[in-house]
Design a binder for this molecule. Structure first.
Ligand SMILES: Nc1ncnc2c1ncn2[C@@H]1O[C@H](COP(=O)(O)OP(=O)(O)OP(=O)(O)O)[C@@H](O)[C@H]1O
Length: 301
């Protein structure tokens, strides 16, 4: 299941050697390509019902998220998945120790045992008040990160910058522009914050934003979210924190708290609608509930 636009120009370059390596190791390989945004979800729901042993996801975090949502929403949610990282940020696969060489990656996936990992379920409401449900696999966050994702994914925005640098520059710009939202955050029913916030990250995996190690205590297979709550802070303080995120140097900061949880609710006070970063895309707006689904995904990593 390939997203042909993932990773831009460098993604297209990566594809030929990956395809050659995987064709050699998996002679029965079939290639299916998404044709538009969101198509990966529909296609993978169909593939989950097909005569296949494994769905290889060739794309970035958005593609992996769509495929996970498609497979978990199908009647065969235990269809095994494996990941061929081709993307801008490629944050989810940082949780696994995957080889970068295409031949080594093909061999690794072919011989890896099946294992179960967790995913998240998001429950939100659209503008008409209708309940929406979608799965995520890495990190759902709001605050500065939602604004960053809106900027990074803005259609028509020239791709002068790519990869982690793209996230870093947009993060710095979003911090300069950000006016903290007012939220209530409930973690397993307990109110852990009420008021203005820089960021809340509800994490299954440890990294977002092209390598920022926001939740170092996250474990994709422990049946829990790791939740990072970053309280309001002055611009200069946020920029300093941003500079420390790649090496997890933010841990221990007095304005940050971490929580382990099965259910997290983000209730907006002002504004009531804002972009929500779901695995590096912004498919929903406004408040939501996130629930962990322990061991629901079958993977070969
Ligand atoms: N054929 C297509 N044409 C246009 N958009 C597509 C197509 N197929 C998938 N998409 C969309 O492309 C978007 C980006 O995909 P993806 O996130 O995998 O790549 P990326 O943004 O380069 O990587 P990352 O998320 O790791 O930074 C997704 O939102 C997906 O819905």
């Amino acid at each position: 299941m390939r997203n042909p636009i993932a990773g831009g120009r460098s993604g297209r370059k990566q594809w030929a050697p990956l395809l050659a390596a995987f064709r050699a190791r998996f002679p029965d390989l079939e290639i299916h390509e998404s044709r538009s945004g969101g198509d990966a979800r529909k296609l993978s729901r169909e593939l989950a019902l097909g005569p296949y042993d494994l769905v290889l996801v060739a794309g970035g975090d958005g593609t992996i998220s769509d495929v996970v949502d498609g497979v978990l929403g199908s009647t065969r949610p235990d269809m095994p998945l494996a990941f061929l990282p081709i993307g801008t940020g490629c944050d989810f696969i940082r949780n696994f120790n995957l080889p970068t060489d295409p031949m080594a990656l093909a061999e690794h996936i072919a011989s890896a045992p099946l294992r179960r990992i967790d995913a998240g379920l998001l429950i939100s409401r659209d503008t008409a008040g209708t309940e929406q449900r979608r799965h995520f696999v890495n990190i759902t966050s709001v605050g500065i990160s939602g604004e960053v994702i809106d900027a990074v994914n803005a259609p028509g925005r020239a791709r002068i910058l790519n990869g982690p640098l793209r996230f870093l520059v947009h993060s710095a710009l979003a911090i300069l522009r950000y006016r903290p939202y007012d939220f209530e955050v409930l973690v397993d029913g307990m109110l852990v914050h009420q008021g203005r916030l820089a960021l809340v990250a509800i994490a299954n995996g440890g990294w977002f934003g092209g390598g920022m190690h926001i939740t170092p205590g996250a474990d994709v297979a422990d049946g829990m979210f790791e939740v990072a709550v970053m309280r309001e802070e002055k611009v200069i303080g946020l920029l300093k924190l941003l500079a420390r995120l790649h090496k997890a140097g933010h841990v221990g900061h007095p304005l940050l708290s971490f929580h382990k949880a099965r259910r997290v609710e983000v209730r907006p006070r002002d504004p009531s609608r804002f972009p929500v970063d779901v695995d590096g895309e912004a498919p929903i707006r406004g408040g939501f509930v996130a629930e962990i689904l322990p061991g629901v995904l079958t993977v070969r990593t």
